[in-house]
Design a protein around this ligand. Structure first.
Ligand SMILES: C[S@@+](CC[C@H](N)C(=O)[O-])C[C@H]1O[C@@H](n2cnc3c(N)ncnc32)[C@H](O)[C@@H]1O
Length: 255
């Protein structure tokens, strides 16, 4: 399956696949960080943009937190669902590595490891630069990532769900050959209904990242960077003993 097939053909199942994710918690975490770290003279309401917004769950929560929230994604069916979810928000169909915004923003976010979709590496560096350009001085970029040095190539994470359509299992795992900069995200969905079993497997080429290298690059662009453990229930600085991290990047006010 080509990359993004999952999001087009199976966009219907996407929200089921993500039903265990606490989107409210991720937005509350970002809101707290924004309040702690921003040095911008922000406009009210605060303008925010969610990169790779998918079906728009974060945009919905940012709206309820009082943000002037918007989203962008490369996939039209995902964006239709986002627009249905948040009729008043602006969504645009764009590739994040070349995105443009009509006005400077105070907060840009990118969740669920979606920055890894910037493959090859050139796209990733371009997205970091575009993000910097789109922020007002003192604005903040928050994203999560996995550090390749901690990827175990194991069976990843599976969750199960039953509803009126059938019994589902959703498995997602990383596979890193470690020979180049490609990281595979392998997603397997099975559905069992009325004695019929269906299975979809989707493999996405993503970018393998190293936290220290990404931090160095962000600093060279002009960001001040703080790295946290990827635990949205608390603010805990990264102790370098786990691979899942959140980067909070503040655009230097003096530039
Ligand atoms: C794992 S989903 C995450 C969606 C959402 N952020 C969430 O947390 O539910 C990844 C999303 O990234 C989008 N995507 C992939 N490559 C992209 C790109 N180059 N530019 C913009 N969006 C992209 C996909 O269409 C998909 O909606």
């Amino acid at each position: 399956m080509p990359s993004n097939t999952l999001y087009s053909d199976l966009s219907h199942y996407y929200n089921l696949m993500c039903c265990n994710i606490d989107y409210q918690e991720q937005c509350d975490f970002s809101h707290r960080l924004f309040q702690c770290l921003t040095t911008s003279a922000t406009t009210t309401p605060v303008r925010s943009l969610d990169l790779a917004c998918g079906t728009g769950p974060h945009v919905e929560h940012f709206l309820s937190l009082g943000y002037n929230a918007s989203g962008l994604d490369i996939n039209a069916p995902m964006l239709s669902l986002a627009q249905e979810r948040c009729p008043t928000a602006a969504f645009t169909l764009q590739d994040m590595c070349g995105f443009v915004t009509p006005e400077p923003l105070s907060l840009i976010t990118c969740f669920l490891y979606s920055m890894h979709y910037n493959y090859p590496a050139e796209n990733f560096w371009q997205t970091l630069q575009q993000t910097y350009n789109a922020l007002e001085p003192g604005g903040i970029f928050i994203f999560d990532m996995v550090d390749r040095d901690y990827i175990a190539n194991d069976s990843g994470y599976t969750h199960y769900l039953n509803n009126s359509e059938g019994d589902f299992s959703f498995q997602s795992r990383w596979y890193d050959k470690k020979t180049d900069d490609k990281l595979d995200l392998v997603i397997t969905i099975t559905k069992q209904s009325g004695g019929i079993k269906e299975q979809w497997q989707d493999q996405h080429a993503m970018l393998a990242l190293n936290t220290e290298q990404v931090v160095t690059k962000l600093q060279s662009i002009g960001f001040e960077v703080t790295v946290f453990e990827r635990d949205y229930s608390r603010l805990k600085l990264w102790q370098k003993n786990m691979g899942n991290v959140i980067l909070a990047c503040v655009k230097n006010n003096s530039i």
